[in-house]
Design a protein around this ligand. Structure first.
Ligand code: G3I
Length: 499
């Protein structure tokens, strides 16, 4: 196969193991713990999405189908973002305008465009008191409960496998000091409507992360924040399927970035869920706005389970609060000071390698010396397929999962081929080429991930040699071999989480 045809970016296949266990990278506990404070990563991203990816995060935007024909808009979308949320097109009124008649045209335009560009999609939203179609607004009781569950099931089933995370339920708590549920027709069907929606979503799309999403939940001291926290805590304790909490984070003078924002994110993460910043916009301009954005980015980067940030629109003129110029690009599509501060904060952030390997995650392995990614050459799927380095495109043949072999060893599985890294014939020789092979859990297929200043070295269990780029080559297609563990940069890999 002509190698250049490989550069197609393959949309991420949704998948996720339910396990939440995080396995420690082999190494001294002390050095593991110090990893979180490791210095800046080597590579600097030139766009929001690339910079966030270097830190194991995503950077997304809300997208309006009606604006996709605007080339400035779609150009910025393509270039800067690697996660997409439909601003209105996946809401209940859009997807089920008449009961049991589903309409996915505009949502599909957004989902298909995102996936064709290798971007992931956040689904927004399955159950909400607002933007209900007329037929639903007029329902109540058990008929409404059934209609809501039918909606969740049908829409989540239709998009199953294409959605990274669903906002299953949106804005179900009241503002103010009560900490109560928001009164709505859905709430009046019974207090268990939220968990019922989550269970239906899990059944319909077992691989999507399921989020609860809300606003005014950013300040840890607010009653609403506390109430959502208690609900998530209760869900986790009773096994209600919830994977993430979305913080909309619409900020302005009346609702500024709280000083305890990072505390809020961390406290929720400590419940065993991911946290996501889902609808970020900050009214203002100039350096004040820029520094508020920087605070938000830094808060996310400081919380290991903060999976990423989505801004609620691209240009100020695209915003639901356009009068407040709350976004990162001005009306002409020029980068604002806020853009620069976000990009700089992402690039300055500490290395994402937190000292743990998540066996449910997919990683791109970026070589410290060459900046290129570990790659199944020519999209091979056969036993013996060659492993090489190639310019990073985050395709499925550049995504790897660490399967736990116990005692700190992992098999490293290709998302593209399903095969694992393997030292041929259990060679112990320097220079033996690494290949892919059917997983048989052999010791020649097991590697320990040795912490290396925020990078890892992959040392084979059988040969005790490290996976390296032969001759410190920086060329596409260079050989990936095993060699005595010298600790050189060509033996160090950055684990960039992409799924
Ligand atoms: O497209 C129609 C247009 O044809 C019509 O003439 C016009 C009349 O007002 O309405 C236009 O539709 C508007 C739509 O946005 C598209 O611009 C709706 O009225 C308007 O209600 C809708 O607002 C959306 C709002 O949710 C509705 O609740 C905003 O775009 C959207 O940004 C906003 O997003 C919400 C999140 O879903 C949840 N969190 C809060 C966030 C901001 O309010």
């Amino acid at each position: 196969m002509e190698h250049s045809t490989r550069a197609v970016i393959r949309p991420a296949l949704a998948r996720r193991s339910r396990t939440t266990a995080l396995l420690l990278v082999t190494g001294l506990v002390a050095s593991v713990l110090s990893l979180a404070a490791a210095g800046p990563a080597g590579a600097a991203g030139a766009t929001l999405g690339a910079a966030a990816a270097e830190k194991g995060r995503y950077f997304g935007t809300a997208v309006a189908a009606g604006r996709l024909g605007d080339s400035t808009y779609s150009g910025l979308l393509q270039r800067e973002f690697d996660m997409v949320t439909a601003e209105n097109e996946m809401k209940i009124d859009a997807t089920e305008p008449n009961q049991n008649q589903f309409s996915y045209g505009n949502a599909d335009r957004i989902v298909n465009l995102a996936r064709s560009q290798g971007k992931r999609v956040r689904g927004h939203t399955l159950a909400w008191h607002s933007q209900q179609p007329g037929w639903m607004q007029n329902m109540s009781g058990s008929a409404l409960r059934s209609a809501m569950l039918n909606h969740v099931t049908k829409v989540a089933t239709y998009y199953a496998g294409k959605i990274y995370a669903w906002d299953v339920v949106n804005e179900a708590f009241q503002d103010g000091s009560s900490g109560a549920r928001r009164d709505s027709n859905l709430q009046r069907t019974g207090n268990d409507w939220i968990e019922a929606a989550f269970r239906a979503a899990r059944t319909a799309d077992p691989n999507a992360k399921l989020c609860y999403n809300d606003y005014n939940t950013d300040d840890w001291s607010h009653a609403k924040t506390q109430a959502v926290y208690r609900m998530v805590q209760d869900f986790k304790s009773r096994g209600v399927p919830i994977d993430c909490v979305g913080f909309q984070s619409h900020f302005n003078a009346q609702s500024p970035v709280p000083s305890n924002y990072q505390t809020t994110l961390q406290n929720f993460a400590n419940l065993g869920v991911d946290v996501q910043i889902t609808e970020l916009d900050i009214e203002g301009s100039g350096s004040a706005q820029a520094s508020n954005y920087e605070r938000v980015v830094n808060a996310c980067l400081a919380v290991t389970r903060c999976a990423g940030i989505t801004v609620w629109g691209i240009r100020d003129t695209d915003s639901w609060r356009s009068y407040g110029t709350p976004l990162l690009f001005d009306g002409s599509g020029n980068k604002k000071a806020a853009y620069t501060s976000v990009l700089n904060a992402l690039n300055a952030g500490s290395n994402p390698q937190p000292g743990v390997i998540d066996p449910s995650a997919w990683y791109v392995l970026v070589n410290r010396n060459s900046g290129k990614a570990l790659d199944v050459y020519g999209l091979a799927t056969n036993d013996g397929g060659r492993i090489t380095q190639w310019t990073r495109n985050s395709g499925a043949n550049q995504q790897w999962q660490f399967l736990d072999s116990g005692s700190g060893y992992y098999r490293v599985k290709s998302r593209h081929s399903g095969k694992v890294l393997d030292v041929p014939n259990s060679s112990t020789a320097d220079g033996a080429a690494i290949q892919q092979w059917t997983d048989h859990s052999g010791v020649n297929q097991q590697f320990r991930a040795v912490e290396s200043g925020g990078y890892v070295r992959l040392v084979n269990r059988n040969s005790n040699k490290a996976v390296e780029i032969q001759g410190s080559s920086t060329a596409d297609g260079a050989n990936v071999v095993q060699y005595g563990d010298t600790g050189g940069n060509n033996q160090q890999w950055q684990l960039v989480r992409v799924g």
